[in-house]
Design a binder for this molecule. Structure first.
Ligand SMILES: [Zn+2]
Ligand SMILES: [Zn+2]
Ligand SMILES: [Zn+2]
Length: 342
C-alpha cells in the first residue's frame, strides 16, 4: 500500500493516482491564511443578515430559521433565448440553458456554520432542501443541484451560513456520469452500486468515519481530495423526497458530526464544497439512483496548506499523497458532534 498505485472510481469511471511514499517530501509551497471563527452574530454589511438591503435594493426579511430567495446575480435565467448553433453541430455546438439559482440562508446568526448549528436547526435546512428539490423539479428543470461552498478558500463570497441551489434544463456532467455508471452497474449486476459499496465499507470499517441509523460516512476508496468524504443513505433512496422523518433527522445529525470532525481536525473552520447527488427530475423512474453527498475539502496538511489540482492532475489524472485509509484514521481520531473549543 505504500508504493504508487491507481484506484478506480466506479461512480465517475475514472482513476486516481495514489503516491503514499510522497508524504515525506519537504513543504516549501504557499502557506495561506487560516480561516478563524467569526464572533459577529449580526453584520450590518452582510446582505444575508436579517433586515439588510441587498444589491439591487431588495431587502432580506427578518427571518428566524431559514430563508430562500432567487440569487440577485444568477448564473442561469428562467427565460428562454440564449445562443444556439445548429449550423455546424460537430465543432461549434451551443444549446440554450434555462435555469434558476436560489440562495438558502441556513440561519439568521451570521457567526454560525453547519458544525456550530444545532441538529434541529439543520433539520429545518434539510426540510427546505427537500421542498426546493420538489418544487424546482415540478417546474420542469431536469436537475436540481444543491450545494454549499464553505470558506474563502473555496471562493465563498460571504461567511454567513448559506448554500445554493441551481436548477438546470439539462442534467450537468457530474450527475450525468454517475447516472450512466449507476445504470450500467444495475444492468450488469442486477444490484445497486452504492448499496453494494456501503455494505463492503461497513464490513471493512477502515474507511468509515461516522455512522448513524440513516447514513454511513466514509473516505471513499477512490477519494481525490485529501480528506474527501462520501455520505451514503443506508436505504436505497433516490432523492430527498423519499426520506421519512427519522431519516431527515439522521441526515441533519450526520452533517453536524462530519463538519465538526473537519473543524476539529486542524482546529479551524474547515473549508469545503459539499453537495448532494440524487435522481434527475427529468420524469424518469431512475431506480438506479442512490442518494449521497460529497464533501470536497481542499486542506492538505494544516489549516493553511491546501491541495492544488495542477500539472499532471490537469493534464493527466488526479493524484493524492496520503492514502484514503490514513485520512480516515485521522478523521476517526478527532471528536464528531462537539467541539474542542476553538
Ligand atoms: Zn450575515
Ligand atoms: Zn442503492
Ligand atoms: Zn455523486
Amino acid at each position: 500500500m505504500q508504493l504508487p498505485h491507481r484506484r478506480f472510481n466506479p461512480l465517475r469511471r475514472e482513476w486516481v493516482l495514489v503516491s503514499p511514499q510522497r508524504t515525506q517530501r519537504p513543504w516549501q509551497g504557499e502557506v495561506g491564511q487560516s480561516s478563524g471563527f467569526s464572533g459577529v452574530h449580526y453584520d450590518p454589511q452582510c446582505y444575508l443578515c436579517p433586515g439588510n438591503t441587498r444589491a439591487g435594493g431588495r431587502v432580506t426579511p427578518k427571518y428566524e430559521s431559514v430563508y430562500v430567495f432567487d440569487n440577485d446575480f444568477a448564473a442561469l435565467l428562467p427565460e428562454g433565448g440564449g445562443l444556439e448553433r445548429g449550423d455546424a453541430p460537430e465543432l461549434l455546438r451551443a444549446e440554450r440553458e434555462r435555469g434558476r439559482c436560489r440562495v438558502l440562508c441556513f440561519h439568521p446568526d451570521h457567526s454560525l456554520t453547519l458544525a456550530r448549528m444545532q441538529a434541529p436547526e439543520i433539520r429545518k435546512v434539510v426540510d427546505a432542501w427537500t421542498e426546493e428539490y420538489r418544487a424546482l423539479g415540478a417546474e420542469g428543470f431536469r436537475y436540481v443541484q444543491i450545494f454549499e461552498n464553505r470558506g474563502a478558500m473555496m471562493g465563498a463570497s460571504n461567511p454567513h451560513p448559506h448554500g445554493q441551489i441551481w436548477a438546470t434544463e439539462h442534467v450537468p456532467d457530474e450527475p450525468r456520469k454517475e447516472t450512466e455508471a449507476l445504470g450500467e452497474y444495475r444492468e450488469r449486476r442486477g444490484s445497486c452500486l452504492l448499496c453494494d459499496y456501503q455494505r463492503l465499507e461497513a464490513r471493512e470499517r477502515v474507511r468509515v468515519v461516522e455512522e448513524n441509523e440513516g447514513f454511513l460516512t466514509i473516505v471513499p476508496w477512490w477519494a481525490v481530495w485529501p480528506f474527501e468524504t462520501l455520505v451514503i443513505a443506508k436505504r436505497h433512496v433516490r432523492s430527498f423526497e423519499e426520506f421519512g422523518d427519522a431519516e431527515r433527522d439522521a441526515l441533519a445529525e450526520m452533517l453536524k458530526k462530519v463538519t465538526t470532525r473537519y473543524d476539529n481536525l486542524f482546529e479551524t473552520s474547515f473549508p469545503y464544497t459539499m453537495g448532494f447527488h440524487q435522481a434527475p427530475t427529468d420524469g424518469g423512474a431512475h431506480e438506479e439512483w442512490h442518494f449521497h453527498a460529497h464533501f470536497y475539502p481542499p486542506l492538505l496538511r494544516s489549516a493553511t496548506v491546501r491541495k492544488y489540482m495542477v500539472g499532471f492532475e490537469l493534464l493527466g489524472m488526479p493524484q493524492r499523497d496520503i492514502t484514503p485509509e490514513t485520512a480516515a484514521e485521522r478523521l476517526q481520531g478527532v471528536a464528531g458532534g462537539h467541539f474542542l473549543d476553538l
